[in-house]
Design a protein around this ligand. Structure first.
Ligand code: X90
Length: 275
């Protein structure tokens, strides 16, 4: 039996992936006096609330080459998914880990995927790979078929303070989302950056806007995943709206883990879907 493993970084908002050997490699959230490791032990709500009260500097750090190597462990075939290489060094560290791993073990292989996204879109990708493993497809077949798996990510953010403070979006792009009641709606661009689409006021309008965009962008009722940062109400409303329009849609709701919570901030929603 081939020893197969799926390895993601914690930006995927996944603490488990049943049915396959799986590991999530944590990013870190760092302030002047604390370091939060984004693993399953992290109390995300406590972190978000502490960050809200904290007014000093804060930033994040991606996994090191060594962190990735540890997670690869003794697996022979690894599918490794990272947060977009355009906003994080995670992919680059994983790329170097892959090179070292394959050199040290010529009989082992790593299929490394730059998600060009974050959160639930990565989770969908990981599930797709898990399902293909379960079907008994080979490493080559999975790598090849994965190339035609098409997904997208939309987000709505009430604040983009941490994104702007850490240089992940321009201050100009972040400005609207700083005004009370105004939310920024955007998508993960093809280059894996944040692309702004519109601004919204009010919960009902926001959800309508998300659904309008997802349909415009090609959603036809397949799988969708929502990650929310302390906003289960909106996540449930969004899921209900999608299922109302597409009764056969499989929509799952999960919580943003630490990394996505830090950047999406309280109230933020991420929506990944198949197109
Ligand atoms: O390496 C690091 O320190 C991590 C940096 C990550 C920066 C961006 C995280 C974004 C998280 C926010 C909305 C969705 C973004 C879409 C990405 C293309 C979630």
């Amino acid at each position: 039996m081939r020893k197969i493993k799926i390895v993601v970084d914690s930006s995927a908002d996944l603490t488990e992936l049943p049915g396959v050997d799986f590991e999530s490699v944590p990013l870190k959230i760092v302030t002047d006096n604390r370091e939060y490791v984004d693993n399953e032990e992290l109390d995300v709500t406590e972190m978000v609330n502490a960050m809200y009260r904290y007014s000093g500097k804060s930033s994040t750090a991606c996994p090191s080459i060594g962190d990735w190597l540890l997670a690869f462990g003794e697996a022979e075939e690894i599918f490794c998914l990272t947060i977009t290489s355009n906003l994080s060094g995670s992919y680059n560290a994983a790329r170097m880990a892959k090179a070292q791993y394959e050199e040290a073990h010529p009989d082992r292989r790593v299929c490394l995927i730059d998600s060009l996204s974050a959160g639930p879109e990565i989770a969908l990708m990981a599930e797709k790979i898990r399902d293909m493993i379960a079907e008994g497809l080979s490493f080559e077949e999975i790598s090849e078929r994965f190339a035609s798996y098409k997904t997208e990510l939309l987000f709505v953010l009430e604040s983009m303070k941490n994104l702007a403070n850490n240089g992940r979006v321009s201050r100009l792009a972040a400005a609207a989302a700083g005004i009370l009641g105004i939310r920024a709606v955007g998508k993960a661009s093809e280059q894996g950056t944040l692309e702004m689409l519109t601004k919204c006021r009010g919960a009902v309008k926001t959800i309508e806007t998300l659904v309008k965009y997802m349909i415009e962008h090609g959603y036809k009722g397949a799988k969708a995943r929502i990650s929310h940062c302390m906003n289960l109400t909106a996540a449930k409303e969004l899921a209900a709206k999608i299922i109302g329009l597409f009764p056969k849609a499989r929509v799952t709701i999960g919580e943003c883990r630490g990394l996505c919570s830090f950047y999406a901030e309280r109230g933020g929603l991420l929506l990944g879907y198949e197109v």
